[in-house]
Design a protein around this ligand. Structure first.
Ligand SMILES: C[S@@+](CC[C@H](N)C(=O)[O-])C[C@H]1O[C@@H](n2cnc3c(N)ncnc32)[C@H](O)[C@@H]1O
Length: 287
């Protein structure tokens, strides 16, 4: 699933083109993905009912779990990289006061939607900035927390992102992210899928690299003055995402497009169900 040396120019992933149309045409998709665009986290996966409302609840639960892992509270400055439609920023804005929130995204269309849908509550400041996660243009040591919710696998270079995130954090600040993290002993097998040259993946999910095991995360972090602090494996709790996506792909008007998405998603699903690929929440502290 993409060799470690593969690189790609930063661009908005193709699934957002589909998503913008679906959000307009399908209320159920709007309910599921109008705020967060990430996998859900179900406290009891057997209770997942396949509805958009249930999915949205699970997506909010994932967002909160990551924000809580970072210990976010009132009065903090937060940088949300790869912020999508600003769902995490919206959630923090609702939960806490006296926040300074900055969302960065490669895709201006998403930022526009975020700015149109989120109103800062009194005392909070919210800004959105177009930019590449691997070339963060933000003031140094200005943030208590940097977030990267389910987006780092899209970035052309994890290393470049880690360098920028470390620069942006004050000493003692935290980087919190969620990612698909391979089991160390499954790495060679997953690399053999080579998602960089898999047409279905390239045309749907875009550039994805899910071949960074925990040992590599540890090294990356140490190289930029961060230390891996916590690791939370929530793979099992994310699995209802796949049946939700499959069910909704079947309703898409363009069957060929749906089949391509289905094919690309099946690889992730198989690897996740076989416990070769974990879904983890990781936090790193700036030393
Ligand atoms: C799966 S979505 C997650 C969005 C958001 N974090 C959320 O949880 O709703 C991945 C996001 O990463 C953004 N992205 C991809 N590559 C990027 C890059 N190089 N720099 C900044 N954002 C990027 C995409 O535009 C998209 O918004």
């Amino acid at each position: 699933m993409t060799s470690p040396s593969a690189t790609a120019a930063a661009s908005a992933p193709p699934y957002f083109d589909v998503l913008f149309t679906r959000l307009q045409d399908e209320p159920e998709m709007r309910r599921a993905f109008g705020r967060h665009v990430h996998w859900g986290c179900w406290s009891d996966p057997r209770q997942a009912d396949g509805s958009g409302a249930d999915y949205a609840e699970a997506a909010e639960a994932l967002c909160r779990r990551i924000c809580d892992a970072a210990g976010i509270g009132p009065g903090q400055a937060i940088l949300d990289v790869g912020c999508g439609f600003g769902g995490t920023i919206a959630s923090l804005n609702e939960r806490f006061g006296d926040l300074q929130l900055l969302g960065v995204n490669i895709d201006d269309r998403q930022l526009q939607r975020a700015a149109e849908t989120i109103a800062p509550r009194a005392g909070n400041r919210i800004r959105f900035q177009q930019g590449d996660a691997c070339d963060l243009q933000v003031p140094p040591a200005a943030f208590d927390v940097v977030l990267a919710v389910e987006c780092i696998f899209h970035f052309p270079s994890r290393r470049a992102f880690f360098e920028g995130a470390a620069r942006a954090l004050r000493t003692g600040g935290l980087l919190a992210l969620s990612d698909f993290v391979p089991r160390e002993d499954a790495l060679r097998f997953l690399q053999s899928f080579d998602t960089a040259s898999d047409e279905a993946t390239r045309r749907t999910w875009g550039h994805i690299d899910v071949t960074c095991p925990l040992s590599e995360y540890r090294e990356l972090a140490e190289g930029v003055g961060l230390r891996l602090e916590t690791e939370d494996d929530i793979t099992t709790q994310t699995l209802p995402t796949y049946s939700f996506l499959r069910k909704h792909m079947r309703t898409w008007p363009d069957a060929a497009e749906a089949a391509l998405f289905d094919k690309a998603t099946a690889q992730l699903e198989l690897a996740s169900r076989a416990q070769l690929l974990g879904y983890k929440i990781l936090t790193f502290v700036k030393e």
